[in-house]
Write a protein that binds this ligand. Structure first.
Ligand code: UT7
Length: 328
């Protein structure tokens, strides 16, 4: 058996209505629109309301996929949900979505791979299709990061945003689908980007709220360097495994964390910037959701058309990283 086993079928996304500009941060943090734009490329991000839970955003993206594919929730055999900011810690976000979607026939589980979550989740879905465990796997990537970031820390608060994206994975038709996957992890570097408190080792306490260890902590400069190296590594390997070169790509959709990381990744891969999808300026870093949202936008605006070859490339906490080449 040879790839492609599975293809992505339909896309959807959801962005909260509330747009927060960089200038709003400079009202309560020592920062500026100029610093944020120059260092990250971010102009604004979306911030979810209390009612816009992770599950609600995921559901909105999923419903678009169901509408596009003509499937009903009962046709979904599995839900794979990538998130680092679930509404609650137990059960998984996927279980809540299965309930509110009414996807009674679906097995449901989360994938915890932070910003690489969408690529990891697609890989899990591909495996379920290839081994004939499922016909339709709904893959959702959704984040409510503004609820777990430290609004008093300028080194992280200005970076993140909320949103969701989704797609359906089914058996490949006409040679379209996932041509290669490359996934990597280095857990020894976990503490460069993590949430120290709130888990079983440091359960919720007054102290934890006071010292802000409940929130995302990041050693930005170190993470930046690792992201550039890892995304380059991922692009090289995914292309090699697909038997393709950069010139065969019609589009690169990298994780949207920082325009400088995106540009460095494109340069290394040998992909000109006019073939790179960028929306970090409008969404900031939406972690697992970032590639999923960008994918939906790229399809809807006609930048990604049937038959084209696209590469996803991600890096995130863990550290986790990975790439996937897909014939759309
Ligand atoms: O999603 C996957 C994981 N995340 C990433 O990929 C993010 C990776 N990291 C980055 O994107 C960048 O490292 C940051 C955007 C987080 C920071 O940019 P940088 O160019 O690496 O800045 P830096 O951390 O080296 O800081 C430079 C200066 C520091 O001041 P001093 O020590 O030079 O006086 C910071 O305190 O900029 C300061 N600074 C800020 N100034 C204004 C840090 N954050 C801010 C801010 N506004 N928001």
């Amino acid at each position: 058996m040879k790839r492609p086993f599975a293809e992505l079928w339909g896309t959807g996304s959801y962005a909260p209505a509330r747009v927060m500009t960089n200038d709003e941060f400079s009202k309560f943090l020592e920062t500026s629109d100029q610093w944020i734009q120059e260092r990250t490329g971010i102009r604004e991000r979306r911030v979810s309301s209390k009612e816009e839970t992770n599950a609600c955003m995921g559901k909105a993206a999923a419903l678009q996929v169901l509408q596009e594919t003509g499937l009903t929730p009962l046709d979904v055999d599995a839900i794979v949900y990538a998130t680092a900011s679930p509404d609650r810690l137990l059960p998984s976000q996927a279980c809540d979505l299965q309930a509110i979607l009414g996807a009674k026939n679906a097995a449901a589980f989360d994938v915890g791979a932070a910003c690489s979550g969408f690529v990891y989740a697609l890989s899990a879905a591909e495996g379920m299709i290839a081994t004939e465990q499922a016909e339709h796997v709904l893959v959702i990537a959704a984040e409510k990061l503004t609820s777990i970031m430290d609004w008093s820390d300028r080194t992280t608060a200005v970076l993140f945003g909320d949103g969701a994206g989704a797609t359906m994975v089914r058996r490949s038709t006409n040679g379209r689908g996932i041509l290669s996957v490359y996934l990597k992890t280095d857990g020894t570097l976990a503490e460069l980007l993590y949430r120290p408190g709130g888990g079983a080792t440091h359960p919720p306490s007054e102290e934890l709220l006071k010292d802000h260890s409940y929130y995302i902590k990041m050693a930005g400069r170190e993470v930046f360097k690792a992201a550039v190296l890892s995304m380059a590594d991922a692009c090289d390997h995914a292309l090699e495994r697909a038997g393709l070169s950069a010139g065969d790509l019609d589009l690169l959709i990298p994780h949207q964390a920082n325009i400088r990381i995106i540009e460095a990744t494109a340069k290394h891969a040998g992909v000109p910037m006019d073939k790179v999808y960028v929306n970090v300026d409008r969404f900031g870093n939406t972690s697992a959701a970032s590639i999923a949202i960008a994918l939906d936008e790229a399809v809807k605006c006609g930048r990604l058309k049937p038959g084209m070859v696209v590469m996803f490339c991600a890096f995130g906490a863990g550290f986790t990283w990975g790439s996937m080449v897909v014939r759309w």
